[in-house]
Design a protein around this ligand. Structure first.
Ligand code: HEC
Ligand code: HEC
Length: 167
């Protein structure tokens, strides 16, 4: 391995480590504005901004009137505060890029559509996602009992059949 390859490898490792080490703990960032909690948690969990890229957050925030089949419109000032926060804390890694065809206006990006999400959940059997207690991969709290507090630890996972998750 030449010195450049080695340096690149070390750099990649260094940038990947902080996230990997804390992948089971995703509390909302310290600079979370109050409006994010009041406006983005009435229908679902406050999704951690670090799980999707800035361009995907921008697209979601630009189309709040057509939000996955719902209307989540906000006044321009509130919308701006939330978008700035999401973009500021967005993911940088390639695996956080949503696989959704973002050119299609009816399809919004999803953090559940990233390579990262698929990888973290590759051992979860299909029947769990369609279970009546879950229904959608977006329904994090159906399995991660402490998702609202930012904990995705294995010991806080309860599968829809009532069993604890074991590796
Ligand atoms: C009126 C209800 C409502 C409000 C308010 C709302 N959402 Fe949503 N959101 C939804 C629905 C419904 C879905 C689709 C859930 C599903 O597919 O199970 C969704 C999905 C999402 C997803 C994709 C989750 C995935 O599967 O990866 C993101 C990201 C998201 N919302 C962000 C936000 C943000 C940011 C706000 C605040 C600006 C917000 N939502 C406010 C209803 C809402
Ligand atoms: C059907 C149940 C289920 C749903 C719904 C679900 N997960 Fe998971 N998740 C799991 C299981 C089980 C694991 C552990 C997988 C393993 O260890 O192989 C896991 C692992 C994780 C991890 C890695 C934790 C670690 O120890 O590194 C994160 C982060 C995570 N999920 C986030 C989410 C988010 C965010 C959502 C919602 C957008 C979500 N999950 C929805 C079951 C679920």
């Amino acid at each position: 391995m030449n010195i450049l390859r080695l340096a690149t490898t070390l750099l990649c490792l260094a940038s990947a480590l902080p996230f990997t080490a804390q992948a089971d703990n995703l509390p909302l960032p310290a600079d979370t504005p109050a409006v994010f909690k009041t406006e983005c948690t009435s229908c679902h969990l406050a999704f951690p901004p670090q799980l999707m890229q800035a361009k995907d957050w921008r697209q979601i925030m630009a189309q709040l009137d057509q939000h996955y089949g719902d209307n989540a419109s906000l006044d321009p000032k509130t919308r701006r505060i939330i978008e700035d926060f999401l973009v500021r804390n967005a993911a940088r890694g390639k695996s956080f890029s949503s696989s959704v065809a973002t050119s299609n206006d009816t399809e919004l990006p999803r953090l559940t559509g990233t390579a990262w999400f698929t990888r973290e959940h590759r051992e979860v059997a299909r029947a769990n996602w369609t279970h009546t207690k879950v229904r959608s991969a977006s329904n994090c709290a159906a399995c991660h009992t402490k998702a609202a507090e930012g904990s995705f630890r294995e010991r806080d996972i309860l599968m829809p059949n009532g069993q604890r998750w074991e590796d």
